[in-house]
Write a protein that binds this ligand. Structure first.
Ligand SMILES: [Zn+2]
Length: 79
């Protein structure tokens, strides 16, 4: 019979739990960042009137719904 002390069992269990939690945390963080990046991609801040609007089209110069001026898309920034 292989003798394993209670301390070793607890330690192995703790390491396992921490590894799983860390994996979940990394996964959640990755998904959150990806979602934020996608959301930011469609957000346009009007340089004329300051309105923030969404544009999901592929138009490189989307028009502001408030003042009808065209704006460049915001650069995608990673924080
Ligand atoms: Zn505007």
């Amino acid at each position: 019979m292989i003798r394993v002390s209670l301390t070793q069992i607890i330690l192995a269990y703790l390491i396992l739990i921490l590894t799983v939690l860390f994996g979940i945390w990394i996964g959640m963080d990755y998904l959150r960042k990806r979602r934020a990046r996608t959301a930011r991609k469609h957000k346009i801040h009007c340089s004329i009137c300051g309105v923030i609007y969404e544009d999901t089209s592929d138009n490189p110069l989307p028009q502001c719904p408030n003042c009808q001026s065209v704006n460049e898309r915001m650069k995608i920034q990673d924080i």
